[in-house]
Design a protein around this ligand. Structure first.
Ligand SMILES: [Zn+2]
Length: 55
């Protein structure tokens, strides 16, 4: 898992694309449908959406 790059992820529910930092420290929700895309579990980041591209 790349940690210091930007990731392009796609919401599995509505297909909206989001760009997030690989070392995100906050939860990220889809801006269209509010689905949780990036989750923090015990200090670790869990990306719940397919990664389309690493920038
Ligand atoms: Zn969505």
């Amino acid at each position: 898992m790349p940690e210091s790059k930007f990731l392009k992820i796609k919401c599995p529910r509505c297909s909206t694309q989001h760009i997030t930092f690989g070392k995100a420290t906050t939860r990220i929700k889809c801006r269209s449908c509010n689905k949780l895309l990036v989750k923090l579990t015990g200090g670790k980041v869990k990306i719940k959406a397919p990664i389309k591209e690493v920038i």
